[in-house]
Ligand binder design. Sequence first.
Ligand SMILES: Nc1ncnc2c1ncn2[C@@H]1O[C@H](COP(=O)(O)OP(=O)(O)OP(=O)(O)O)[C@@H](O)[C@H]1O
Ligand SMILES: Nc1nc2c(ncn2[C@@H]2O[C@H](COP(=O)(O)O)[C@@H](O)[C@H]2O)c(=O)[nH]1
Length: 395
Amino acid sequence: MTGGPVSRCHHTVTTFGNKLVLFGGIRDSKPSNDVCIFDTTSRSWIVPEVLGSPPIGRHGHSALLLNEERILMLGGQGIPFHDAVWFLEVDTPYVRKQSQLLNTTVVAWSKGIFGNLPRPVVICGPSGVGKGTLINRLMKDFPSMFGFSVSHTTRQPRHLERNGVHYHFTERSWMESAIQEGKFLESADVHGNLYGTSIAAVESVANDGKRCILDIDVQGARAVKKSALDAAFIFIAPPSLEQLEGRLRGRGTENEEQIQKRLKNAKAELECGRDSSIFNHYLINDDLDECYSELKRLLGLDLVDANEVQGANSNQAWLDSIHGHSAALVGGNVFVIGGDIDPNVEPALIIIDTNCIVGGAPGQTTRLRLVLHKHRSELPNGNHFVKTSKENGHL
Ligand SMILES: Nc1ncnc2c1ncn2[C@@H]1O[C@H](COP(=O)(O)OP(=O)(O)OP(=O)(O)O)[C@@H](O)[C@H]1O
Ligand SMILES: Nc1nc2c(ncn2[C@@H]2O[C@H](COP(=O)(O)O)[C@@H](O)[C@H]2O)c(=O)[nH]1
């Protein structure tokens, strides 16, 4: 409990049960992204535990409670179209579970996406099979399309491995606490070290509008399968255990004891790779070029020219820097009226359908749908469109 949030203006306050959820505004002359909750029964302020990567600070945005479980935050001055919709989950199953775990009030951020994002891809297979080689090639050929989920690990960095690029190299005690705090999507003991995918790692790729690639072991794949992340699962197998051993030795990054441990674990992993309740696809990495072509085919890239691939989300400029507008919810449709979209552009009417949204924290909320976007000049009766709509009983 505190005496209340720092004073501000151009924020939003949304009613949720007996609580008021305050977000954003100009605070200390800067756009803020903090969340404070006022309990109207006890008349006291609560500072919640905020999970997920938050949006950058904003003011002049609007906020609406959807289905008594999440608050849609829309726009904000200077906020680009691709960052305009965020959800603050206040009572979803994920938030309820985390509240129980952490024994405190929890809210969680999830970025809103129009349409479908391609599913994240989990690449799995025994150590030395060539996962990293295939993923590096994919990232090099399609840099604007794919982003790598940088895992945390307690193992020592290899020669040329960079912290924050290949892995976040971490102390076990730090990682164990972070896992307890719910910051990891999955984690596992692999070949004697702790590895894990943080929620932030997956979110950071998705927030860049890219398709996330996870290179994780079979225990991790099992855990991700059970999570809210709707991913495609691909298992990569070697042509033989002898060739796997040859590749591991040829790589020259492990000592004899570690090689033996990895080869021993490979046998169980190869059995698990055949489990069709987890893996959608099974590839044998014999000839590298052939395996890479097959991987591209599975990902729908076989007919795509790597040089022509652009980033996602290119046609939503109608939400660019929308602020000072008002928004109302009717039957799952968000009606956005007015607002300074751009000093040179007149106010508009925008209708966004939230009825089909899927996903949510930890991760993004997708399948938002644009129903209508009209400039003032395109609306009936020019300046009086709100009055006219009231008279007609609909917008
Ligand atoms: N099809 C292939 N034929 C021969 N060598 C290969 C093939 N694919 C990969 N390699 C080589 O095998 C070694 C292991 O590959 P890589 O490091 O990509 O494996 P990995 O599956 O990512 O292993 P880890 O899980 O331990 O990170 C590398 O030296 C790589 O050049
Ligand atoms: N469950 C997870 N497994 C992971 C993760 N990151 C990597 N891995 C797997 O560990 C082994 C060994 O990797 P190495 O870099 O030490 O050779 C390999 O199978 C990886 O796929 C993770 O975040 N979670």
